[in-house]
Structure formats: structure tokens, C-alpha cells
Ligand binder design. Structure first.
Ligand code: HEM
Length: 226
């Protein structure tokens, strides 16, 4: 079938990465909008969480979809990473490629996405995966007899946990910074006319997520009552 042949081709795998990445980004945007209710206080956050849990069928389907998306994104990413490494085992050639790309972008006055963010995508991806495992065990599978708002506030108030969160969000911001750039290229949505706009968005959006999500553990560690 043409569809299966497309998905197993190199370009098909890049599309899988891009589309799953875009959907995960949409999940992240909606999750961060939800957790931002914590800025209004624990009661607002608790009622948001209870609203969400009152639609159990929807939530279960959503979680299955999310799990599938993560599995597709991670397995395809690792596959492409090893395939690239096999095709280009000499790291010097990678540096030349990045350097040439940077120079070309510089010559055209284009704001280059950070080469560091691009080169560390598989590693930042694996760090985010570790964070998500810790996160889900702490919150989704946290104590069922305690309101989730209380669990969140108690855990994130601890400096070790809070700092781990802020570190993870910084890594996530780096990953998204290059990810948005890369997915727009793959999906053919990077018209030269929008280069400056796209370059700004790849920086503004991750920083916005970092401030909104990272602000919560930061305030709690600093002793602010939420
Ligand atoms: C301070 C920031 C954050 C807070 C307070 C927070 C809070 C929560 C809570 C309370 C849950 C459990 C929801 C439930 O049981 O219904 C949850 C689940 C989850 N969070 Fe976060 N989260 C934060 C940031 C993030 C980030 C940055 C990511 C992505 C990298 C993320 C990914 C997830 C995932 C994948 C789940 C599982 C989905 C689910 O249980 O429905 N979270 N989060």
C-alpha cells in the first residue's frame, strides 16, 4: 500500500516525527494552559482537575492517543538518529555541515536556530522522557486519597523536585526551539517570507512555556503560597 510505503520511507519517517511533534506541542500548550490555573490558587487548579476527571471516557481515550504519539515520536526519532549516525559516522562532517549552514544563514541575515539545540535533540528528548516518567509517577499515579492540587504543591515546594522541574523545562524549551523549526521545514511550511516570523516564534514560544510552567515550581520553592 502506498501509505505504508510512504511511512516506512525516510521522508515518511520525518513526516511522522513532524506531525507527532506538532500534536505533542498542542498537548503541551493545552496542558500548560490548564496548569496555569495554579496561578489563581490551588482551589482553581483543583476544580480544573476535577472537571477533567469528570469526563473519564474522554480522558482515557486522550491518554491512549497521547501514549501512542509519544511512542511514535520517540521510536521514529531514535531510528532516524541511528540511521543518520550510520550514514555519517564522522562527527567532523557534522560540524562542517552545521558551520556551513550557520554561515549561509548568517550571510542571508537569517536568525539561525541554535546549532547546540539541533545537535542535542536525541539527548534532550531522552531527558524529557525521563522527566515525564518521574512526572507521571508523581502526579497521575500520586496518592488517590489526596487532592491532586495538594500533591502538586507539596512536591514542587521541595527544592530538589522544584529545581529538577525547572531544569527539565529548560531542556524542553531547547528541544521545542529546534523542534518547531524542524517540523515547519519538513511539512514545507517555511516560506522565505515568514523566516523572520518563524525564527521569532521558535524562540518566543519555548520561552513563554518555560516562564509559565517553570514559574510554578520557582514560586513554590521561594515559599510563595499558591
Ligand atoms: C509545573 C508544571 C506542570 C504541572 C504542575 C503539571 C501537572 C500535571 C498533573 C497534575 C498531571 C496529572 C493529571 C491527571 O492525573 O489528570 C499531569 C500529567 C501529565 N503531564 Fe504535567 N504538569 C506540568 C508540566 C508538564 C510538562 C512540561 C509536560 C511535558 C513535557 C507534562 C506532561 C504531562 C503528561 C504527559 C501527563 C500525563 C497525562 C495525563 O495523566 O493525563 N507536564 N501534569
Amino acid at each position: 500500500m502506498w501509505f505504508v510505503r510512504f511511512l516506512t520511507s525516510s521522508i515518511g519517517k520525518k513526516w511522522l516525527m513532524a506531525v507527532s511533534g506538532l500534536l505533542l506541542l498542542l498537548f503541551l500548550g493545552s496542558h500548560i494552559a490548564g496548569i496555569a490555573t495554579l496561578y489563581l490558587g490551588s482551589t482553581a487548579f483543583q476544580s480544573y482537575a476535577e472537571q477533567l476527571h469528570s469526563h473519564m471516557l474522554f480522558l482515557s481515550l486522550f491518554r491512549i492517543g497521547l501514549l501512542l504519539l509519544f511512542m511514535i515520536h520517540i521510536s521514529t526519532g531514535l531510528f532516524l538518529f541511528y540511521q543518520n549516525r550510520k550514514a555519517r559516522p564522522n562527527p567532523y562532517r557534522i560540524s562542517v555541515r552545521v558551520a556551513t549552514h550557520s554561515l549561509a544563514a548568517h550571510a542571508h541575515g537569517i536568525r539561525e536556530s541554535l546549532p547546540l539545540a539541533a545537535r542535542t535533540m536525541p539527548y534532550t528528548g531522552l531527558l524529557i522522557l525521563s522527566f515525564i516518567i518521574i512526572h507521571i509517577f508523581g502526579f497521575s499515579f500520586g496518592p488517590q486519597d489526596v487532592p491532586v492540587a495538594k500533591t502538586v504543591v507539596t512536591l514542587l515546594r521541595s527544592p530538589a523536585y522544584g529545581l529538577l522541574y525547572i531544569f527539565s523545562f529548560t531542556v524542553l524549551a531547547m528541544h521545542i526551539h529546534h523542534g518547531i523549526w524542524s517540523l515547519l521545514q519538513t511539512l514545507g511550511l517555511s516560506h522565505p517570507r515568514f523566516t523572520v516570523f518563524i525564527a521569532r516564534m521558535t524562540t518566543i514560544l519555548p520561552i513563554f512555556f518555560l516562564i509559565v510552567a517553570g514559574g510554578i515550581p520557582l514560586l513554590l520553592v521561594c515559599g510563595v503560597d499558591l
